[in-house]
Design a protein around this ligand. Structure first.
Ligand SMILES: Cc1cc2nc3c(=O)[nH]c(=O)nc-3n(C[C@H](O)[C@H](O)[C@H](O)COP(=O)(O)OP(=O)(O)OC[C@H]3O[C@@H](n4cnc5c(N)ncnc54)[C@H](O)[C@@H]3O)c2cc1C
Length: 309
């Protein structure tokens, strides 16, 4: 029996673990990936909005986190697959067969990128379907590319890729771009960028790697093919909550509902970071929420709740 089990080792989970450890709680952090860090592994641009630290990218910030955690004594298990969680009893079963239990659980499972769910999407991942413009633009320099999505991330990446690619085609479903106005204006005045509104990509085609995308435009009768060597899909994110079924309350977008103390609808189950905070998905919000959850749990356990749980 642990005091706290934290599910997810991104900024929220790591911050919660660090605070739990400092507050004397017996803490276990479970991370499904090979390494902790969550979305920090995908940040290839400089981070200059996390107060007190400037980092060239997510990896560099993660190294700073690791330094701060050197003396911490909480247990962390990476590459750990959870098969089921019972939030009421706080029992967790692992795919390895191991059973775990805690007094409190902190859910810090973050978000994942939305997928299009079309043919070629999985097959060509890393073979023309790129992760980010910042990371992959050198490999696509001189090639025609397309970006799927109409938000800030899609627009920002289109502008970045247009610096090195002869043509960038931005394909999005709605009539108007969702991206902020300054991005939208730059997109429309950049001669390398073509925007296809009210359009969807229906297939990604190629043999060894991406060679074309099939596009269906609203006003077009038939889909047509556009030759590209690179595709970037940026159609938003969704919370990682599959594990919890309908055991907690969610908001209308599927994020876990929490109160000001990061507590969910189930007593002694907390949620922190992007999984519960769609309005401010940032590193600072995630680390702050992780700290709040840890402090509230410590306060409750030290004020006698430990005996009654
Ligand atoms: C390209 C990019 C650039 C960004 N730039 C910035 C920036 O400049 N500044 C800023 O403040 N923010 C930035 N962000 C956002 C920031 O990275 C996130 O807000 C932050 O990482 C959220 O932390 P989190 O811990 O809530 O979730 P995540 O970082 O998503 O971590 C969740 C963790 O939980 C794990 N997990 C999920 N499900 C399970 C499970 N079932 N069992 C065990 N583990 C599980 C995941 O593997 C992951 O490690 C950026 C994000 C991206 C993608």
């Amino acid at each position: 029996m642990h005091d706290v089990i934290i599910i997810g080792g991104g900024p929220a989970g790591l911050s919660a673990a660090s605070w739990c450890d400092e507050l004397g709680l017996d803490t276990l952090l479970l991370e499904q990936a090979e390494q902790t860090g969550g979305q920090l592994h995908r940040i290839h641009n400089p981070i200059d909005n996390y107060l007190g630290i400037t980092a060239a990218n997510g990896q560099e910030l993660l190294q700073q986190f690791a330094k701060s955690l050197e003396a911490a004594e909480f247990d962390q298990w990476t590459q750990t697959c959870i098969s089921s969680v019972d939030l009421r009893s706080k029992k967790i079963s692992l795919q390895s067969g191991e059973q775990l239990q805690a007094i409190a659980i902190i859910i810090a499972t973050g978000v994942r990128r939305r997928e299009l769910g079309i043919a070629g999407e999985k097959e060509f991942l890393g073979k023309g379907i790129i992760e980010t413009g910042a990371k992959d633009r050198e490999s696509l320099a001189g090639s025609d590319v397309c970006i799927v999505g109409g938000g800030d991330a899609a627009a920002e990446n289109a502008l970045l890729l247009a610096e090195v690619c002869p043509t960038v085609t931005l394909i999005h479903r709605s009539r108007k771009l969702r991206a902020r106005r300054e991005f939208a204006e730059q997109l429309h005045t950049n001669h390398c960028i073509t925007v296809f509104p009210e359009s969807v990509v229906t297939r990604i085609l190629g043999t060894e790697r991406v060679e074309a995308v099939e596009i269906q435009r609203k006003e077009g009768i038939k889909p047509f093919q556009l030759a590209v060597r690179g595709v970037l899909i940026r159609i938003g994110v969704e919370p990682n909550t599959d594990l919890f079924g309908d055991q907690v309350k969610f908001d209308e977008k599927g994020y876990i509902l929490v109160n000001g103390e990061q507590e969910t609808s189930v007593p002694f189950v907390f949620a922190a970071g992007d999984v519960s905070n769609p309005s401010s998905p940032t590193i600072s919000s995630a680390t702050g929420a992780g700290a709040t959850a840890a402090k509230v749990i410590a306060l409750r356990l030290n004020s006698g709740a430990r005996k009654s749980v």
